[in-house]
Design a binder for this molecule. Structure first.
Ligand SMILES: Cc1cc2nc3c(=O)[nH]c(=O)nc-3n(C[C@H](O)[C@H](O)[C@H](O)COP(=O)(O)O)c2cc1C
Length: 338
């Protein structure tokens, strides 16, 4: 071999090692986020009811990459859910009325939790009930059999009737919301997240009330009440007549809710609503979210998680931000009052 050739090969090797090192430096960003003392690999979680129980997405998403998996909300007893059809597409969104169909907490601890635990990913379990007794019974059974990283208390499902409140959703009533959070607080030895509805005149009031009751974080928003009609048949397109709207249509309203709540409570805010891209994730964090959840996008593209995570990393890279934490609440309102 010619000496020049040998030198060229060596140069090539050095260049490749150098470029590998450069690539490695790029991934040195710290995406990790700490919430209530628990470290999450990244701030992007899946939203309850939109990612199955995790298992259904294993062929599309590397589940170990996910910041936290939130399976479908569970209740103490099995629920059959609402009449069909339960999902309809609308402009820039999805209307659903699933009605919290699930096989109950006993099935969950046997069939779902062990699978999720084996992935090594953080698990946040979403629970609901018709009254505080049902919520408590569900959590008691859950915690007797497994230890999730946190519990999300679903105070805001628009598709189920509640027994114990003058409002249609617990999260529309500061007292009822606080009562449920306090009841669970007494029995739970894991962090509690209260999931709120945007369908209130002042979401800050509800957030403050669950904070006082002991919630360690708030997640917002759940869906907005909505309906769709077929003008040819005069029939509603949802079996339950109406449902909840999610997807890009709600993003601007969800951002506003996150910003409002971020300024009024001390506990972390988890932002949800219409996130489709890594830039959307950044926007929610700039508005004050410490983590986000992605929902409807999983129906559009079951492999969306990996893309969104990459886009978020690329954004941080482009903005020369080393830690995703640096984004939280960084909204630049200039000389306007915060
Ligand atoms: C089909 C469907 C089912 C849902 N089921 C639940 C549920 O069981 N529990 C819950 O807390 N939220 C549920 N949600 C609400 C989502 O978790 C999320 O709050 C909402 O869809 C807004 O986020 P997105 O616009 O990213 O979808 C559901 C949403 C959809 C579209």
């Amino acid at each position: 071999m010619e000496i020049n050739q040998k030198i060229a090969i060596r140069h090539d090797k050095v260049a490749r090692i150098f470029s590998r090192k450069k690539k490695k430096d790029k991934s040195m960003q710290d995406l990790a986020i700490e919430i209530f003392g628990v470290k999450f690999n990244n701030p992007i979680w899946t939203a309850s009811g939109t990612f199955g129980n995790g298992k259904e997405f294993q062929d599309f998403v590397d589940l170990r990459q996910v910041g936290a998996i939130l399976p479908k909300t569970i209740t103490v007893h099995e629920r059959k859910g609402n009449p069909l059809p339960r999902i309809v597409e609308s402009s820039s969104g999805l209307i659903n009325s699933i009605g919290l169909e699930n096989k109950g907490v006993e099935w969950f601890v046997k069939e779902v939790f062990p699978f999720l635990k084996a992935t090594g990913t953080r698990i946040v379990v979403s629970v609901a009930g018709k009254n505080k007794e049902e919520f408590s019974e569900c959590v008691t059974f859950l915690l007797a059999h497994c230890v999730p990283d946190a519990i999300e208390i679903n105070l805001s499902c628009p598709n189920v009737a509640h027994a114990n409140t003058k409002y249609s959703l617990f999260a529309q009533d500061p007292e009822a919301s606080a009562e449920i959070v306090s009841a669970i607080k007494k029995i739970a030895r894991v962090p509690l997240i209260a999931k709120l509805t945007p369908m209130v005149s002042d979401i800050r009031e509800i957030a403050k009330s669950v904070e006082t009751a002991g919630a360690q974080a708030v997640a917002l928003v759940n869906t907005y009440p909505a309906m769709a009609i077929d003008a040819e048949t005069f029939k509603p397109l949802i079996g339950n007549i109406s449902g909840g709207l999610s997807g890009p249509a709600i993003k601007p309203m969800a951002l506003k809710a996150v910003w409002d709540v971020y300024k009024s409570v001390k506990i972390p805010v988890i932002g949800i609503g219409g996130i489709m891209t890594g830039i959307d994730v950044a926007e929610f964090m700039i508005a004050g979210a410490r983590a986000v959840q992605i929902g409807t996008v999983n129906f559009v593209d079951p492999g969306a998680y990996g893309r969104i995570l990459k886009e978020f990393g690329d954004y941080l890279d482009r903005k020369k931000i080393k830690k995703s934490e640096e984004l939280i609440g960084r909204l630049d309102v200039g000389s306007l009052a915060k």
